[in-house]
Design a protein around this ligand. Structure first.
Ligand SMILES: CC(=O)SCCNC(=O)CCNC(=O)[C@H](O)C(C)(C)COP(=O)(O)OP(=O)(O)OC[C@H]1O[C@@H](n2cnc3c(N)ncnc32)[C@H](O)[C@@H]1OP(=O)(O)O
Ligand SMILES: CC(C)C(=O)C(=O)O
Ligand SMILES: [Mg+2]
Length: 524
């Protein structure tokens, strides 16, 4: 087997990631994330931009002192930023000064329009080249490990980019970063840019080529991979892909794409992939940036299967629908989501895990009830299934069934219920008012069945999480020394209550039938 070439992972969650609107991190949060990045085994942690604030300086200092990784600090190509970066890094175990300046025509003309940079584009380009070299030379007076970034390299003229890169390597840059700052490039175009630099820049072998891709067109990861195939050996990326605007290339996607498709290439990273999920959750919770459910690798749905055909395939052989195991990225387990699209195989397997062995006709019946609940509710949780199973096996011999229920209730109206009930081939319908909608409903049932109230107790609870949780109502009737309990389940708690009441009444009537001392036809 051939030895894989290492691609260094430069994590910029704490710098570019923190530039995401609203994602500010305090010093302690940065330290915690840096510790987790160390567990993830990234090669470089870019901890912040020290010249931008005292908090940034302090965070970089603390991370640098503690971390065994290379810790980088960003600085514009100006002395003040570079010396401040060094102030933050001087006690670091492995410091790196990362300095940058824009090289594209659009940035040079747009951001450095002032005449002090020159009048024409050519004059300004000369100034920028000099500032880049001076910045590297100045940074080099503090530390050996210097990274230079040609901001907006993605839109920079290839000849000028090569000239700048060659000059900064000559000045001592040990890593040269080629950012696609605006996420504008196309994967084959960006790959060619890297290949082109390797050809044009005569001293390119004296520095590591790095890339830093933004996701404005959703191409950040594809562009990074294309650059790696063409010679880049450092990938700048962030956890969950957070960063300026649409974000940076996502660390987890680059790493897992390289790992899962290692059959296609000769590159590898040193990332401990089982730490990916924990890191993702930590970053999301500290930054407040929620991970979209369908996000590759770390989204809630990344290892969830909802449709019957997929669930059946997964249960037979998980490779049918998973290209990596959830455990390989630290996700505890595949999630079979039971819902409207699930089939009998998925339901049966989940019920088995919960201790219910259901087969054949019984399974068909449970599945029909499952579908009627699933039609009203997006996801069926384990607790819902337990209730559903309890419901299934706790049926009276002659059920009194709710055929129709209408409730009128509100803050300014008297609660009114109309019920239609079916039992033993007969139908009864009645309405009633009540103190509340449940009371009105129970009274309507009693009127329809011409019964006195036997209600002993009534309770309702939610059986699972979320707004679409099932409500489970329990009704207890008392007739002398005998108690009859009924349960009803529905997404509508009034319906659940009516069902519970009718079930309890059914058991009562069953008992009366068995005693032969009353007939259900005697008036109801
Ligand atoms: C692509 C990136 O992610 S770049 C990194 C982005 N990160 C940040 O901006 C960090 C947060 N920023 C800050 O705290 C502040 O912007 C500071 C401290 C960096 C600078 O603040 P200010 O001095 O008030 O300048 P301001 O931000 O308004 O403008 C930027 C100035 O830097 C200049 N500049 C921008 N990039 C560079 C560079 N790489 N090298 C040298 N000068 C630069 C601009 O031309 C402008 O200069 P001007 O005042 O002569 O027009
Ligand atoms: C500072 C550089 C590396 C950057 O973040 C970018 O160009 O996007
Ligand atoms: Mg960036």
């Amino acid at each position: 087997m051939s030895q894989k070439e290492k691609v260094l992972i430069f994590d910029t969650t704490l710098r570019d990631g923190e530039q995401s609107p609203g994602a500010s991190l305090n010093v302690q949060e940065k330290i915690e994330i840096a510790r987790q990045l160390e567990k993830l085994n990234v090669d470089v942690i870019e901890a912040g931009f020290p010249a931008s604030s005292p908090l940034q300086l302090e965070a970089v200092r603390r991370v640098g002192e503690e971390s065994s990784r290379i810790v980088a600090a960003l600085a514009r190509a100006v002395e003040h930023d570079i010396s401040t970066a060094w102030k933050a890094l001087q006690s670091a175990r492995h410091p790196r000064i990362h300095t940058f300046i824009s090289t594209s025509d659009i940035h040079i003309m747009g951001k450095f329009g002032h005449e002090r940079y020159g009048k024409t584009l050519a004059e300004k380009q000369k100034t920028i080249l000099r500032m880049a070299v001076d910045a590297v030379l100045y940074a080099k007076t503090f530390c050996h490990d210097i990274e230079f970034s040609a901001e907006d390299a993605g839109r920079t003229d290839p000849g000028y980019l090569a000239e700048v890169i060659e000059a900064v390597i000559d000045a001592g840059a040990t890593t040269v970063n080629i950012p696609d700052t605006t996420g504008y490039t196309w994967p084959s175009e960006f790959g060619k840019k890297i290949a082109d630099l390797k050809e044009r820049v005569t001293n390119i072998d004296q520095a590591v080529i790095s890339v830093h891709c933004h996701n404005d067109l959703g191409l950040a990861v594809a562009n990074t991979l294309s650059a790696i195939e063409n010679g880049a050996r450092q990938a700048e990326c962030s956890i969950n892909g957070i960063g300026e605007r649409a974000g940076n290339a996502s660390l987890e996607e680059i790493v897992m794409a390289l790992k899962v498709r290692s059959d296609l290439h000769d590159y590898s990273t040193g990332i401990t992939t089982r730490e990916i999920y924990n890191t993702s959750r930590m970053v999301s919770s500290f930054t407040g940036l929620i991970v979209q459910p369908n996000k590759a690798i770390v989204g809630d749905n990344a290892f969830s299967h909802e449709s019957g055909i997929h669930q059946d395939g997964m249960l037979k052989n998980r490779q049918t629908y998973e290209v990596m195991t959830p455990q390989s990225v630290g996700v505890p387990e595949t999630h079979i989501v039971l819902g409207r699209h699930s089939g009998k195989h998925g339901l049966q397997s989940r019920l088995l895990v919960l201790g219910y062995k259901v087969e054949g006709e019984e399974l068909d019946k449970v599945y029909q009830r499952f579908l009627s609940v699933a039609d009203k509710k997006k996801e069926i949780y384990d607790d819902d299934l337990r209730v559903l199973m309890g419901d299934e096996f706790n049926r009276p011999a002659e059920p009194i069934e709710l055929d129709y229920l209408h409730i009128n209730s509100g803050t300014a109206s008297i609660p009114t219920a109309t019920v239609r009930i079916k039992t033993r081939g007969r139908t009864f319908e009645e309405s009633s008012t009540g103190d509340g909608p449940v009371d009105a409903c129970f009274r309507a049932i009693e009127r329809a069945l011409k019964l006195d109230s036997l209600l002993n107790s009534y309770s309702v609870r939610s059986t699972s999480a979320g707004r679409q949780a099932l409500g489970e109502a329990t009704v207890r009737l008392r007739d002398g020394d005998n108690f009859y309990t009924g349960r009803g389940v529905s997404t509508d708690i009034i319906e659940a209550s009516a069902k519970a009441y009718l079930q309890a009444l059914s058991f009562h009537e069953d008992a009366l039938q068995n005693d032969n001392n009353n007939s259900i036809d005697n008036g109801i």
